[in-house]
Each structure stands twice: as C-alpha cells, then as structure tokens.
Design a binder for this molecule. Structure first.
Ligand code: SF4
Length: 366
C-alpha cells in the first residue's frame, strides 16, 4: 500500500503541545485544504504502476482532523471520496487528537469512508499529559481508542517515550494501556527537543532532560514488545532522518537509524530470553547475512547486548539462507520481523517478515 500524505500542520489542534513544531517551518502557509484533491491527483499520476497495483491510501496528517471546522472536514472527505469513487485510491486515513473524537465526529469519519484513524496519544499518564499541554486526559485517550475500535475502523496510535514527567515505568504503562485496546498499528517517536518549541525553553532552563539514545532505544524496545504482542503493526520507530529535522533538533535522542537500533534491541532481548531458559549447548549464532547490518550495526551492538542479557558469549557466523515462511516447521517466530531455530550447537536467526519502510514523511503529531 502506498500512503500519500497531505499535511495540515497544526490545523484543528486545540492548543500547542510543548514538544510540537508543526507549522514552525512555515509549512502551514502551504496547507490549503482546497488543494488536497489536486495534490492527490498529481501524486497518484506520478506513482509507478507497481506502486498503484499495491493500492493507494490517501492520508490527512499533521494536525487534528476532527478539530477542523465541520465544513472543512466535509470538503476534505468529499475530495478524497471522489478519488475513492474513481478507483484511484482504495482507502483513507486521518490523524487526530484524542480529545476531539466524540461520537458525532467519529460518525462523520465513518460516513466519509475513512478506514483508519490515527490518534496521537503520546502518553496515558495524566501528569505527563498535563505537563505537555496535550489538552486531553488519559480517560479521553482510552475512550477515543475504544470508540474507533467499536466503530469498526482501524486504529493507529502514537506514543512518545521520554516526555516531560514520564519515566520508564510510565512509558511502559502507556504501551500496556494501548495494547489492551488492540490497536492495529502504532508509531513510537521518542521525544526530541525541537527549535522554537516550549520544550526548548524547559530544556534550556534545566527543567527538562531528554532521553539519551540508549534510553530511548530501551524504552521504545519495551513498548515495541508490548504492542507487537497484541498483534499491532509497527508503522514507524523514530522520526524519519530528514535534513529539516536535523536542523531543528537541539537536544534529545536523534539518531539516523533509531528504528534499526530498536529492532536490534528487540531481537537481542528475545534471543536472550530463549538462551537463558534453554539450550546451554548452543555456542554459535548463525545470522542471516541480510540481518547483519540491522542486528550488529555499529560495534556489533546486538551481539554485545545479547551477551549482556543472556550471560553467554556466542561465536558469530554470517550465513546465506532463505527466510522462513510464516509458521515454517522448526522455526519460532519473534513478533515483528524475525524467526529463529536451533540446529545442534547453533541458533539460526532470520528475517521472517519484511520491516515496512515508509516512502514518504509520515506522522501523526511529530
Ligand atoms: S502535537 Fe499534534 S495535537 Fe499537539 S500541537 Fe502538534 S499537531 Fe497539534
């Protein structure tokens, strides 16, 4: 599925979240809802045939869709509806704020043939939400998620580990709260301090300390595990590495391959679980060569972490073997993207399901 995002930076938002830089770049001046249909038509005509064959999804991102004036929402849904009617697109998603999704707002989305609603939850800790100026409570967030599920729409959620007032326990609890509502999709964006935001002032005053990259990876990996276990699909881990973002970040866990670090951590932790419980005879890790960069990364990170977590030192072999099909005999799936099997004194590790790589800037509330 190719997602075509039309950005509505900050439009419809009930306030200004302390970490948010939507609109600071001047992009809001470009967000004219009247141009959405023309934008989508040109973007669709520029797609390669193979991209169209996989299906096209239209998306309204970057603001709070259900906070827009009713006439604007209707107009945007009508524009998207024409493309759905013509068969140029197959589905429609919107992102919005959990405090702006009462039954009437949701009903409009259902009637407008929205298939997926992404909610920027960020945290389910009331103290964190208040400190961040989110303008919604934990109860509202959970209620909005439940409402989307009850309406039969796909639910996507976004969490932001490392917000002011959050700690590892509250970030993990946020993931658990959302997992209990069985979202279909999720995004994890560790909090960054961006230029010109209120958070920059807090950071400069010493009242906010962002996560290190290592902390962000650990917290995201913990949330990833919980959300994968409920069957949710990870849409994105960490913001896309873009020149504009790099210029905007003044502090925090910005890393060009944060997603890979999180996957590597996840894989090492799951393998360590297996090694700790079983198979003392295993001495070698036979890693599918295609996984080497992701798992080992810089300074053999995944192998080092696996050793630390399991208390075992394994020899490493890179090997070429086919990825197992889902449920292949002898293989144990690791939720997300991997599988392993024991073969004598070796443990074979392979990628089992491709990790989705977005082709466009995506996000609910960066
Ligand atoms: S984080 Fe989301 S809800 Fe908050 S101001 Fe930014 S776009 Fe609006």
């Amino acid at each position: 599925m190719t997602v075509l995002p039309f950005f509505l930076p900050n439009l419809g938002c009930p306030g200004r979240c302390v970490f948010c830089d939507q609109g600071l770049s001047g992009a809001s001046a470009l967000a004219d809802p009247a141009q959405a249909e023309g934008f989508f038509r040109s973007a669709i005509s520029a797609l390669a045939p193979a991209q169209k064959e996989g299906g096209v999804e239209l998306a309204f991102f970057g603001g709070s869709f259900t906070g827009l004036p009713l006439a604007t929402q209707q107009e945007l849904l009508a524009q998207a509806g024409r493309l759905l009617d013509e068969g140029l697109a197959q589905s429609l998603r919107v992102s919005t704020h959990p405090g702006l999704l009462d039954p009437a707002a949701l009903d409009l989305l259902v009637r407008g043939r929205v298939t997926t609603v992404e909610l920027g939850i960020q945290s389910t800790d009331d103290a964190v939400l208040a400190r961040c100026g989110r303008g919604h409570s934990r109860a509202q967030a959970l209620e909005a998620c439940g409402r989307v599920r009850l309406a039969g729409l796909n639910l996507g959620v976004q969490l932001m580990p490392g917000l002011p007032g959050a700690d590892a326990a509250s970030d993990l609890q946020s993931a658990r709260d959302l997992a209990a509502l069985a979202p279909q999709e999720f995004r994890l964006y560790p909090c960054l301090v961006l230029k010109g935001t209120p958070l920059e002032g807090l950071w400069a005053a010493g009242t906010y300390q962002p996560l290190s990259v290592e902390e962000a990876v650990t917290r995201c990996a913990a949330a990833l595990e919980v959300l994968l276990a409920c069957g949710a699909h990870p849409l994105r881990l960490g913001l896309l590495d873009q020149p504009a973002l790099a210029l905007s970040v003044v502090a925090g866990p910005a890393h060009p391959a944060l997603g890979e670090l999180v996957w590597s951590h996840h894989l090492a932790a799951r393998l360590a679980d297996f090694l700790t419980g079983h198979a003392l005879e295993i001495r070698t890790l036979r890693l599918q060569r295609a996984l080497a960069s992701l798992f080992l990364g810089h300074r053999r990170r995944g192998l080092e972490l696996l050793g630390r977590l399991s208390g075992r030192t394994l020899d490493l072999e890179l090997a070429d073997f086919a990825a197992p099909v889902p449920d292949a005999p002898g293989w144990t799936a690791i939720p997300g993207a991997f599988a392993f099997r024991q073969e004598g004194p070796s443990i074979l590790v392979a990628r089992a399901v491709p990790i989705r790589t977005p082709t466009a800037r995506e996000g609910v509330c960066p």
